[in-house]
Design a protein around this ligand. Sequence first.
Ligand code: GLU
Length: 381
Amino acid sequence: MVLVRFAPSPTGPLHLGGLRMALYNHLFSKKNGGKWILRIEDTDKTRYVPGSVEGIQKALEWAGLNYDYGPGREGPHGPYFQSQRLDLYKGYASKLIESGHAYRCFCTPDTLATVKEKLARSGASASYDRRCLHLTEEEAARKVRAGEKHTIRFNVRASCTTALPSREPTQDLIFRSLRDAHQSLATDPILLKSDLFPTYHLASIVDDHEMGITHVLRGEEWITSLPLHQDLYAALKLPPPTFAHFPILLNPDGSKMSKRHGDIRVEDFIKRGWEPDAVLNWLLLCGYGVRTSSSQDKGNSKVSAHDQQAHHLESNTVMNLDEMVDVFDISHITQRNTILEAANLHYINKHHLMRKMKNETELKKLVEIANLKLLEKFPSR
Ligand code: GLU
């Protein structure tokens, strides 16, 4: 069964980009008869903002995006807060040490800064000189016994030569074949921090495996982490899930959507009274990759029936959440970054309101008819 997850970090209020990822996870799971999990990735204590989990839950509830499992909806894969799963990550980090795919690093922040600076000055692309890799087992054990603070680093080179003898391009459901991007990775990234909290990379691959996640749907900003994640799966001899990276949202001026550009917090949309289905509808259409009937394939007899159906979806087609599930097709997501046009939301919202009013009027009529029938049966004296 398809099982996906929306995995926000509780670092502040939910933004439109996060809501959009929750929507895609919802649509993909429901379209495939599957389920989705809300997983709280709270492993960075320095960025934790109290109240964010409640804010995320409130925003999802407002949008009608009801997760199947997660905080408050317990299931077989819990707990759903990463901070409650620390032993699991520690266990996996130990396995990697045993197999030579990870090592303990005792360098202090000061040493690391000096090493980094020196490497940069010499023109090297490495960010760490891997000095702790050369500690003997006894040396490392002695330091651990003496209570020296340390992190656990991934031994990227060991993983390159032993775990993945031939690197096949990674397949992504949206970006298709991705060529290796290992050069851009940090030298031997840290997997477990000195406070015994994992970094995002270790926690996310462990949980995706442990929770039985079949497809990882996440933002394009994580695409550069993919080679590392694939290496970690290979080093642990675990089958990776299928990945789909979604292009990021842009402002109409082409800049990356961020907090600095006004209202992107879902709570602002709630406060302003926008219809939840209209906001979802707007988010879906802006990146759906559907071509309009005026697009270049028009009149092309080779266009499949499926594509023709997709062509009828214009950038302002009004749909509720169930209808969105019906039309959703991940193969139609484009690789292009998508621009959110505020004007489209006004149009879509108006039509959602008109639909709602029509439904309410129809409901009122039905109630009136029912009342009349009651009166006929039991006329008042
Ligand atoms: N915690 C990450 C975020 O907030 C999740 C990335 C992922 O889905 O793997 O973006």
